[in-house]
Write a protein that binds this ligand. Sequence first.
Ligand code: NAD
Length: 274
Amino acid sequence: MKLEELRDGTAVITGAGSGIGEGLAREAVNLGMNVVLADISAERLEAVAADLRADGAHVLTVPTDVTVAADVDALADAAFAEFGAVTLLANNAGLESVGFTWDIPADEWRRVIDVNLTGVFHGIRSFVPRMGADPRPSHVVNTVSVGGVAITPKMTAYAASKHGVQALTESLYLECAEQFPQIRVSVFSPGQVATRIFEDVAVRPQSGSDTEFWRENIREGMSPVAAAKIYFDGVAQEEFWILTHPDSFDRLAAKRAQVLTGKLRPDALFDGRN
Ligand SMILES: NC(=O)c1ccc[n+]([C@@H]2O[C@H](COP(=O)([O-])OP(=O)(O)OC[C@H]3O[C@@H](n4cnc5c(N)ncnc54)[C@H](O)[C@@H]3O)[C@@H](O)[C@H]2O)c1
């Protein structure tokens, strides 16, 4: 498939009010797609939409909490009512949480798992049967993270949720191959992308040296629009693995494979952060 074939298609993007989701929205419009933007922050959503509409894009905004199944059903209803079909479902909304596992408040643990993992499940249950009823090719891309393959202490709710999305996405790929072969399923696994993810964290204010380390680290990351260009190239090429930083992904994945196949202890290859 060529990138130009996405023109006039419709992209539904969760977490579209900021960061990678906003970058995806801008790049989708740049490619000539209609966009349905979903975010829990109606204010951020409208700011992004106003900007895109000023450039002539056809934009629908649907304030959505991806943790609420009925919200995501309403998002699908709105998208299909407005555009008749969905070419790309970008399950992208996500949250961070930093600190020792035993210090994570129970509601923060639940929120991270609910947004990062259950939110993706809600997207699949609301959209995939309708996308599957359309014989034309379409795409489901779940935003995972290098945290979906690497082990990162003091980020356990996030890592557990992202390992879950990785597993869910691989299973979904196999299920769609069996039931809806016209739906291409991909993992988008970014390395560092400069977004507000460590500002807009889960439930309690996050502070301390680990949070500061990650905030600094992210600031030096790739721009969301550059990440979005990689994303859409991967979609057009029907890649399963869409990676912003393939070298660091390979390094972390190789370590993980070594730990598993060598039955090594978690600290055997650990060099500081992951
Ligand atoms: N930035 C990175 O370096 C990086 C690296 C790996 C993976 N990711 C993943 O990329 C995705 C996007 O994150 P980002 O870095 O752009 O962060 P971001 O904080 O800039 O954007 C996330 C957006 O998700 C929205 N959101 C939060 N909870 C929501 C909910 N319940 N329902 C709907 N929307 C909700 C937020 O309002 C925000 O606009 C996440 O899944 C994140 O885990 C980011």
